[in-house]
Design a protein around this ligand. Structure first.
Ligand code: ZN
Length: 255
């Protein structure tokens, strides 16, 4: 079995080391979740996916919901493709919508090794010795159709759309990469990983079914007033065996 290297690229934003470490995301010690008041999650699905592909997305949502044992998404709403060239624009220019997109043009943060990316915007809810709890406030999935072709029935050189939907929906729900299964970072053309493992199923069940995060939050320590900051995580699905992720503490917003 190929062991995946974990590369964490951390951008500093000129703030103090203590502040950075407070918001730093260690996948082993961080729990990302959608708060109860955001469930079921509203998601927009780009019209650049064919109607069959849109139906496939809904099916993959049902797979995760079956694992979680609860309803996680509202039926997705169709939306015109957004012709952004930066991943960050899906937040800064379209903040009110969580979406799944397949733009035709090149996306700045996605080179020819990246098949798709999920970006999550988070706020630190609570932390204790064992775990940091981050609430998800916005998420997008963006496919790299400038460099790659995706298909429900992949032809030579194409990538399996079903596997990719499952993987990216996993991130959308707050799962990190793992060395195996749906959530492994790398894949190859025609490779199919379409069975949610028992470990992945347990993870999503713990997150939303068994221990809703509101229960977890009670066990932590409150974050000091005035330290409310947004953290961005981008998790990339790649064509090589490199686990590519970026974490960035965003500058404080002035209201
Ligand atoms: Zn991924």
């Amino acid at each position: 079995m190929v062991r995946l290297a974990l590369i964490l690229i951390v951008f500093t934003t000129g703030c103090s080391k203590e502040l950075e470490s407070l918001f730093y995301i260690d996948p082993q010690k961080s729990e990302l979740y959608w708060p109860e008041d955001q469930l079921p999650i509203k998601v927009k699905l780009s019209e650049s996916f064919t109607s069959n592909e849109q139906a496939l997305f809904e099916e993959m949502v049902l797979e995760w919901e079956a694992s979680a044992g609860c309803n996680l998404f509202e039926p997705s709403e169709r939306v015109q493709e957004l012709n952004f060239t930066k991943l960050s624009d899906y937040f800064y220019k379209d903040r009110e919508n969580n979406g799944v997109y397949k733009p035709q043009q090149m996306i700045e943060e996605m080179d020819n090794t990246v098949l798709a990316a999920s970006q999550l915007f988070l706020e630190l809810e609570n932390e204790n010795d064992q775990i940091k709890l981050f609430r998800i406030i916005h998420a997008d999935i963006v496919f790299n159709s400038y460099h790659f072709n995706f298909n429900e029935y992949p032809l030579e050189g194409e990538y399996d759309l079903k596997s990719l939907f499952l993987h990216e929906i996993g991130h959308f729900l707050g799962l990190f990469h793992s060395s195996d299964g749906i959530m492994k970072s790398g894949t190859g053309p025609g490779e199919i990983e379409d069975t949610i493992s028992s470990l992945e199923s347990d993870t999503v069940f713990d997150k939303y079914g068994r221990f809703p995060a509101s229960d977890l939050a009670e066990k932590g320590i409150s974050i000091p007033e005035g330290e409310k900051r947004t953290v961005k995580v981008i998790l990339y699905k790649t064509v090589n065996k490199i686990d590519k992720a970026k974490f960035e503490l965003l500058p404080a917003e002035s209201n």
